[in-house]
Design a protein around this ligand. Structure first.
Ligand SMILES: [Cu+2]
Length: 635
């Protein structure tokens, strides 16, 4: 660690000290990460990692001015989970909804969060997210039962304290797959887990994040996975976790012991600590390794919950070895290698429909089913339906005539590289069958959608045996000619034809299936999810595990383009210099009209009344009126 004024630092007793003077240094004056004594380059918002919390009210219009202070990289900021109703150009996806903000430029992101809950913002350009450019975005509801002063934000990330993520990414692609199991040998794997930017490595007693709670009242912890690739298992040993929300969707509360949380997911949990003695509770986060998500016992992430003002004794609880613990968000029917656990899958959560979805255009009585195989090829390119996603060289939303989405080189059993785009017909009900099957490498993925939340209607979980073999689902048929194990599974169907009417699928929940913008797709299994094509725009849908995204596991949803609202005239354009563009391959754009006022479901008056730019502050952080991006050299 390196301090701006004090020079090199060392850690001791959860504190940091100057090597030169021996003096203690204030813990928030440097980004300590896991306390490893080597410097690493970071890219941050306003100089902190995580960046400042942004806390706003539901239906409050906000503007965040992003200024790019970097010398050599373009950026965009994505508002993860915010559906951007009527403001598709504010989604912050480079070359899908906007051109990157170049060094020295700024971009005003103005939008209105329509639903409450826990969200976050992060760079969607390159590896800047992994280098520290992220922060929490919390949308408060009037009816939220726990007041802001008893809410805590828990951002969980993996950390490699030696390398920059770009080097790792390139390096990893050149290592033979069979040697990757020993990731520490190549120093490619993460070394530690950070909670709100703080963690430890090999008991180095680096400073940890401490959450101060008054145990006489219930408190809310908003878990946000800002991980790059890894799944985590979260628990507070001895404490029941009452799950109230996920991804901004309120659910009938479930009480669990542990939660699996994958990159981009959020879980809001309520804790009732009245019955505990005073002292310090430990929040524990484990890495989940491999396709079976084996619980790693080392490199644990720790956060401290201090239930008194000045005690450092550990709180008492009596672990009961016979007790069968409940894990939420299992991607398998059971956890064969991991002790005494019961599983709750995500489709067992029930949504509390306090508010209906928002439609920018009218719904039609039409249903389309799309099968999307998130194919994973180990350390080679990943794809969706065999299309390895290539970023357009222009902003697809704002320069539709210049986008080439042709994937003509893709065959039923071969892949190709292209800017894959799926058209969604205006106003229709879209059933997405999302799976990970075929002869490619089976792996759980964290599937994220922009502009929508998936309503999870059904999960088709696979099962696994103790040897790590996965028994894949038989509900999906990959090919007429080949077995599922032989096919690449790019043109899949339901095995049972009657399921083409989604309402005839057994155990499907159209009533109150939970809505999530990010979910854990089981290896060898599937999810049936629903969206309504009533939010016109071009939306990115991709695996939120960065490595898989970079390799090409992404698709654009070209939704109701003729109803895309008027975009700000001044939006920058960008393109390669290429005089061989073929306009006939562009996204459908011919009848761009403004949205008919009678079909808008957002009351115009309400939008006009909303407050402009007023941000609410968390007591533990600060926010400037401008968010800037700066390089900080730390550690
Ligand atoms: Cu993935």
């Amino acid at each position: 660690m390196l301090h701006q004024n004090e020079g090199p630092l060392f850690t001791q007793d959860r504190k940091i000290f100057s090597v030169n003077s021996g003096k203690e240094v204030p813990p928030d004056s440097v980004i300590t990460a896991d306390g490893w004594n080597v410097t690493r380059k970071l890219i941050t918002a306003n100089g902190t990692m995580p960046g400042p919390d942004i806390i706003v009210h539901q239906n409050q219009k906000i503007t965040v001015i992003v200024h790019n202070h970097l010398l050599s990289e373009g950026i965009t900021i994505h508002w993860h989970g915010i559906e951007q109703f009527g403001t598709p150009a504010m989604d912050g996806t480079p070359f899908v909804t906007q051109c990157p903000i170049l060094p020295g430029q700024s971009f005003n992101y103005t939008f209105t969060p329509r639903f409450g809950g826990s969200y976050f913002y992060h760079s969607h350009s390159g590896v800047q997210f992994e280098m520290g450019l992220f922060g929490a975005l919390i949308v408060l509801r009037k009816r939220d039962p726990i007041p802001l002063e008893r809410q805590h934000i828990v951002q969980i990330q993996e950390w490699n304290h030696l390398h920059d993520p770009e080097t790792l990414l390139k390096y990893l692609n050149h290592i033979p797959a069979d040697t990757i199991k020993d990731s520490t040998k190549y120093q490619t794997g993460p070394h530690s887990i950070l909670i709100n930017g703080k963690g430890e490595f090999e008991n180095n007693m680096a400073p940890l994040t401490i959450f101060h709670v008054d145990r006489s009242e219930p408190c809310l912890f908003r878990l946000i996975s800002v991980a790059s690739d890894m799944g985590f298992l979260f628990s507070i040993p001895g404490v029941k976790l009452v799950v109230r929300e996920t991804d901004g969707e309120e659910v009938n509360p479930v009480t669990v012991d542990k939660i699996i949380i994958f990159p981009g997911e959020r879980y809001d949990i309520e804790l009732d600590l009245k019955s505990y003695s005073t002292g310090v509770l430990k929040m524990i986060v484990n890495f989940l390794d491999g396709r079976l998500l084996a619980i790693r016992k080392t490199n644990v992430g720790i956060g401290l919950i201090n239930m008194t003002t000045n005690s450092s004794t550990e709180a008492e609880f009596t672990p009961n070895a016979d007790y069968r613990q409940i894990i939420l968000n299992c991607p398998y029917l059971a956890y064969p290698n991991e002790g005494n656990f019961s599983c709750i899958s995500i489709d067992q959560l029930e949504s509390i429909n306090h508010e209906s979805e928002i439609d920018m255009i009218n719904r039609l009585n039409k249903t389309f089913t799309n099968f999307l195989n998130f194919g994973f090829r180990g350390l080679m390119a990943s794809s969706v339906n065999g299309r390895i996603f290539k970023k357009p060289s222009v902003s697809a939303l704002t320069q539709p005539q210049e986008v080439n989405t042709r994937c003509s080189k893709c065959d039923v059993e071969s892949f190709c590289t292209c800017s894959y785009s799926v058209d969604l017909e205006s106003g229709s009900e879209i059933i997405l069958v999302i799976f990970n099957l075929g002869k490619e490498f089976l792996s759980p993925h964290s599937i994220h959608i922009h502009g929508h939340k998936f309503q999870i209607l059904k999960m088709g979980l696979s099962s696994s045996d103790k040897d790590g073999n996965i028994m894949t689902t038989k509900d999906i048929k990959c090919s007429e000619q080949l077995s599922n194990e032989e096919s690449l599974c790019y043109r899949a169907k339901w095995t049972n034809n009657t399921w083409n009417d989604p309402r005839k699928i057994p155990n499907i929940n159209f009533q109150n299936g939970v809505r999530k913008d990010t979910f854990l797709l089981p290896a060898g299994g599937y999810a049936v999810a629903r969206i309504w094509a009533t939010n016109p725009g071009v939306w990115f849908m991709h695996c939120h595990q960065s490595r898989h995204l970079f390799e090409g596991m992404a698709v654009m949803l070209n939704e109701s383009f003729e109803y895309v609202p008027d975009l700000p005239q001044e939006l920058p354009t960008c393109h390669s210099f290429d005089n061989t563009l073929h306009p006939q391959n562009s996204l459908k754009h011919s009848n761009i009209t403004t949205i008919p006022p009678e079909s808008s479901s957002i009351p115009v008056n309400e939008a006009k009344k909303s407050i402009f730019g007023k941000l609410y502050l968390n007591k533990n952080c600060y926010i400037k009126d401008k968010m800037s991006v700066e390089i900080f050299i730390v550690m």
